[in-house]
Design a protein around this ligand. Sequence first.
Ligand SMILES: NC(=O)OP(=O)(O)O
Length: 318
Amino acid sequence: MDRLLVVALGGNAFARKGEGLSSQWRSVRIAAEAVAGLVEKGYRVVVTHGNGPQVGALLEWMYRASRSPGEPLSMDVAVAMTQGWLGYMLQQAIGNALEERGRPRRVAALVTQVLVSRSDPAFREPSKPIGPYYARDEAERLARETGWVFRPDPRGGYRRVVPSPRPASVVELEAVRTLLEAGYVVIAAGGGGVPVVRSRAWLHGVEAVVDKDYASSLLAQALGAQALLILTDVPYVYRNYGRPGQKPLERLTASEARRLLEEGEFPPGSMGPKVEAAVEFVEARARAGCMDCYAAIGRLEDAALVAEGERGTRILPG
Ligand SMILES: NC(=O)OP(=O)(O)O
């Protein structure tokens, strides 16, 4: 689709360590201004968003509030709840920013499911960090109490990890396309989409949280977007991140980025999936003949500059 951008907003960019709802609104408003600015420049925009901090918090709140044993909230329903939570905030804030610019309030958040495979090995190896950061003793106590799995996080502390299968297709793809064609900014595939499996004509939710970067890349490929922008809380992709010789990467070809991925330059569960999702998008669009399609990774606050190639890391075909 001509001049179509898929803009993926990181769940961590909405919920910085130790900050609450007012900080989320601040981040949502920054994102909304950026999205409205892109609409003003003549782009069609699909917004996707992460939910790692929020879905983990919801599951923990429900666990603590429950009086009966077992997990009182399934992960598919928790993901759908975060689509409502963050979708509402984005829908309102993007609508406000559009109306302030004298544009119609055409913005809609869509509860979106993604198909995953029941045999995906990710179900046996929880890897996706969700929820708050815990001290080691607190994580160990919760693990004993609940059976949840915790791992040390590269940002410090411990986080719960859950299965994160690869998304194979977006169930509501035609609804996204229809809303785009009617002139809407569409908020879709929030939290990577609600993970579902198919049994004949039936879809069923499963216990997993899909990576929003892979889901955003898949959606951007399926829609034939011009670009995939992944906005997070760091301004660039770096070589030697957090080590001596740390260096921001401004431009990468898809093959350079793939080589760095294979060399283990980008950590799994953080920058790794973003770079891989970006590379997959660029390669797929190049195979479809779009040689000016690109992906970019940068900071939420720099959204407009990232879209224009003045900040952030841009990944190009080649
Ligand atoms: N679902 C997901 O990938 O969320 P985060 O981007 O917040 O990790």
